[in-house]
Design a binder for this molecule. Structure first.
Ligand code: 5AD
Ligand code: SF4
Length: 442
């Protein structure tokens, strides 16, 4: 009789820290899937027991880039002697080789457009690949999702816009749409696996279809893609980020307003309310155009919430320009704003501009903007009392509470337990606060 001895398969531990946007979250999921499928890594939350430490970085503003090297220093101090450290994402793309020079303990640097090479990077002594022309738009990654209730799906990579302040086109390269067949098949697969909500990701989602990998236009535009995804029975909610105001044509607004599966939450990144600044930013629209699109959206979809991104202190921004931004905020009454002080980024055209705004002025403007927005929220929030929202529960919170999102992307918390997770329930708001609406399932 022949004996077969099974050698137990050792699993290795991966500690992965993700900074930045939802695209990075999805890239991290792809790396985790590949490392698990091919290299048998399992995730750990404890860096000191990890065999591999990866930092997936963001470079959209300067602060997180500066933090990267002190963070690497901390990992070097606490890691197992044999553990490898890798730097991935947008900062890897733009710093490249410099990362090895400043942190020799790092063994691989992998750009934001080279995620599919993660196992090759891990298995090399020293590895650097930051090619922004590499095309992995049709690569089929393994399956891993941090949140099984809300499935992120990439629909495009890169960005062609070249806004003057933005480093992204230099780290993620030119815009390529992923073929709709791949997106639809992924959507069907996650739906079968229990996700009720799909979150479509791209730098410029509503420009979807502009160019496929083969250089041709895609068969579907973004509105048509949304419609086809909404025809998948199991999917109840569709979200997307980030759309560009320039591509918010009537067809798109109509599909957004009329399709009940599309969540009524629209991100309209304003950046500045001044037509002059918008021009130097190369955003492609004016203050009036933005206001007209936002009003049209409010008219067509009165229940929708609008969020935005705003930069203050862009080079040349006068008090008058800033007041234009304040006035757009006042008129649109954004339900949510993400606001930033301008940060000069390498490789961008704005970094060459000499008419910079001093930090004190930029800080004052940021505070004024945020204070007024808090005031607007204080005017809006009490109106949610006693309203009933459909809430999709996705996260356990402290004190036996469960959190979920309304279609408008408002966070709602109720008393409850795991059994609410993955379910959509009607919730009556009893205690609305600026950032969280507390309520009861009805
Ligand atoms: N400085 C400040 N904010 C920036 N953003 C992008 N680049 C910069 C920069 N150089 C902001 C924009 C963008 C968001 C993701 O980050 O508002 O929409
Ligand atoms: Fe950056 Fe503009 Fe592209 Fe957005 S649209 S990623 S801000 S270049």
């Amino acid at each position: 009789m022949r004996c077969i001895y099974y050698k137990p398969l050792m699993t290795k531990k991966l500690f992965l820290k993700t900074l930045g946007c939802a695209m990075n979250v999805r890239d991290s999921e792809h790396m985790i899937a590949e490392l698990n499928r091919i290299e048998r890594y399992d995730l750990t939350q404890d860096e000191s027991e990890a065999d591999l430490i990866i930092i997936n970085t963001c470079s959209v503003r300067e602060k997180p880039v500066n933090k990267l090297f002190s963070e690497i220093g901390q990992f070097v101090k606490h890691k197992k002697k044999s553990a490898k450290i890798g730097v991935c994402g947008c900062t890897a793309s733009h710093l490249g080789e410099e990362i090895f020079k400043r942190a020799p303990e790092v063994s691989f640097v992998l750009g934001a457009r080279n995620v599919s090479k993660i196992t090759q990077a891990v298995n090399s002594e020293k590895f650097l690949d930051i090619n922004i022309n590499y095309d992995e738009s049709e690569y089929v990654f393994g399956e891993f999702r941090q949140n099984p209730y809300k499935a992120y799906i990439n629909i495009s990579i890169g960005c062609d816009k070249k806004c003057a302040f933005c480093i992204v086109p230099h780290t993620r390269g030119e815009e390529i749409s992923i073929p709709h067949e791949i997106i639809l098949s992924e959507a069907k697969k996650v739906a079968k696996n229990g996700a009720r909500e799909i979150f479509l990701l791209g730098q410029n989602v509503n420009n979807y279809g502009r160019r496929l990998s083969n250089g041709k236009r895609g068969e579907l535009n973004f509105s048509q893609l949304l419609t086809q995804i909404s025809e998948i029975d199991e999917i109840e909610r569709i979200r997307f980020t980030s759309p560009h105001p320039l591509h918010m044509d009537d067809e798109f607004l109509k599909v957004f307003a009329s399709n009940p599966k599309i969540c009524k939450s629209m991100h309209m990144p304003l950046q500045s309310g001044s037509t002059n600044i918008l021009k130097t930013m190369r955003r492609g629209y004016t203050k009036e155009w933005f206001l007209e699109r936002a009003q049209k959206l409010r008219d067509m979809s009165p229940d929708a919430a609008i969020s935005t991104d705003i930069i203050v202190g862009f080079p040349g921004e006068s008090d008058e320009d800033f007041e234009d931004t304040m006035s757009v905020m006042e008129k649109v009454r954004f339900e949510q704003i993400f606001s930033f002080k301008y940060s000069a980024r390498p490789l961008t055209t704005a970094a060459q501009m000499t008419n910079t705004i001093d930090d004190k002025t930029a800080s004052m403007r940021l505070k004024k903007l945020q204070d007024r927005h808090a005031g607007l929220l204080d005017e809006m929030t009490p109106n949610y009392k006693d309203r009933v929202f459909e809430v999709y529960f996705e996260e356990l919170r402290e004190n036996k509470m469960v959190a979920g999102r309304t279609s408008q992307n408002f966070t709602v918390c109720v008393d409850g337990s795991e059994e609410l997770l993955g379910k959509i329930k009607n919730v009556k708001i009893t205690r609305p606060q600026r950032l969280i609406l507390y309520g009861q399932v009805v």
